[in-house]
Design a protein around this ligand. Structure first.
Ligand SMILES: [Fe+2]
Ligand SMILES: [Fe+2]
Length: 171
């Protein structure tokens, strides 16, 4: 009979799943940093834009910041549960070039397009994570599926904003 101190013989925490665990932790670390970079990008883009038309976008980004931060928390907690260590800031490498402040702060379309690119990146990475979890880690898989739905919702909302802006553009 197993003692209380022994590791589970089944599932992602078992000794013979170490390889899969390492792979999933690496993908979770990447997801964690993606969320944190998104928080930084959405924060600056919720403050910088000027003009009446920017107001809606700024408010929407403000709401998303809270959601993305909660995603980062969930990824961090799962890294720990899988016996990983949540990485520190020195391991962070920025990559969201599309979400840098535009030249003109009334250029809301630049921000909308940047958000769509970031959400698309998240959607692609989380699909990869879900694939890596298939058959080996249903708990991480379940968590990421829920987060993926949030990102698809964010993307869809900003796609709608872009449609409106493009329809309004004078020909
Ligand atoms: Fe997120
Ligand atoms: Fe998002």
């Amino acid at each position: 009979m197993a003692t209380t101190s022994s590791t589970p013989s089944q599932g992602i925490l078992s000794a013979d799943r170490e390889e899969e665990r390492t792979e999933i932790i690496a993908l979770l670390e990447q997801a964690y940093f993606m969320e944190l970079e998104t928080v930084m990008s959405y924060l600056c883009n919720s403050i910088n834009p000027d003009g009446v038309r920017a107001q809606e976008i700024k408010e929407s980004l403000e709401e998303d910041i809270e959601e993305e931060l909660s995603h980062a928390r969930q990824f961090g907690a799962r890294i720990k549960e899988l016996y990983g260590v949540v990485p520190g800031s020195l391991k962070f490498e920025a990559s969201q070039s599309d979400l840098q402040p535009p030249e003109h702060q009334t250029d809301v379309v630049h921000v909308i397009r940047g958000v769509i690119v970031a959400e698309t990146g998240a959607i692609e990475h989380y699909n990869k994570l879900i694939e890596a979890c298939a058959d080996v880690d249903p708990v991480t898989e379940d968590m990421v599926i829920t987060i993926l739905r949030d990102e698809e919702g964010h993307r869809r909302m900003f796609e709608g904003f872009l449609r409106e802006y493009e329809a309004e553009r004078p020909s």
